[in-house]
Design a protein around this ligand. Structure first.
Ligand code: R5P
Length: 247
């Protein structure tokens, strides 16, 4: 079993493929991959003519090199499940219950907010688990760093503390614009919770400057890690080891 979280993936994927191939050369019958963050999943269609659909291409590379895969909340938007693109058994750890537990312990009277429609799957689960109301904002993305967030009407927070929840913080633009909108509407600075903190181009510093407290899971090591996915990963690994050892 090889553990390698795939943030900054370009420098990691070739060494990972070499490691898997070497393990087989040295006698490993099965080689599994634990990638708490699975890269390239957001490029799930050809947004512009000629672009690569990298979610599929990386799935193909990893399916050829490994016998099974465990990850945490991969970005599944246009692909309904990993089984659509991976040819090996996979298990997905869902961080929503862990996020809810963190919110219940640290945020009195939360109001959960998703920055865009894609976040609704996490936001709805987190809100239900934390017995909190939730709302989803609208996002228009014109480029990597050009994001507009709006709300038809930001719901009355009723003295509750806004908690923004999303799967990924990369350039940080989604969270920063959502924080701006919430604060402009007179609400207190929100806590921003994300499963995967990629923090491209120092976006953690930009978010701090925008007045947000940021909390992430440890799927990618960072100083904002407050939600531990290790035990849940361990359970999924055990399941897959049992399943694949029978084959
Ligand atoms: C996209 O739909 C994802 O759920 C995130 O909202 C997005 O990846 C965040 O990216 P960024 O931090 O670059 O705005």
């Amino acid at each position: 079993m090889i553990a390698c979280t795939l943030d900054r993936p370009n420098e990691k994927i070739l060494p990972l493929l070499f490691a898997a191939a070497t393990a087989r050369e040295l006698g490993a019958e099965k080689v599994g991959l634990v990638a708490p963050y699975l890269a390239y999943m957001r490029q799930d269609r050809r947004f512009k003519p000629g672009e690569a659909v990298t979610s599929r291409q990386v799935a193909e590379l990893l399916s050829n090199a490994f016998d099974w895969l465990v990850t945490v909340d991969p970005h599944l938007h246009r692909h309904g499940s990993l089984a659509e693109i991976y040819r090996i058994p996979t298990r997905v750890v869902h961080a929503a219950p862990l996020i809810s537990r963190w919110i219940k312990m640290h945020v009195p009277k939360p109001f959960v907010i998703g920055p865009d429609s894609e976040s609704e799957q996490w936001v709805a689960a987190v809100a239900e688990d934390s017995s909190a109301p939730y709302a989803v904002l609208q996002k228009v993305r014109r480029g990597d760093r050009d994001v507009e967030i709006s709300a038809a009407s930001l719901p009355e927070l009723d003295g509750r503390a806004p908690v923004l929840v999303d799967d990924i913080i990369s350039s940080g633009r989604t969270m920063i614009e959502a924080v701006r909108l919430i604060v402009q509407c007179g609400a207190p600075n929100p806590v921003c919770v994300a499963v995967h903190g990629l923090f491209a181009e120092d976006s953690d510093k930009l978010l701090a400057r925008a007045g947000a407290r940021v909390v992430t899971s440890n799927s990618i090591p960072h100083s904002t890690n407050n939600i531990d996915v290790a035990e849940a990963l361990g359970n999924s690994i055990s399941e897959l080891l049992k399943l694949t050892s029978k084959r």
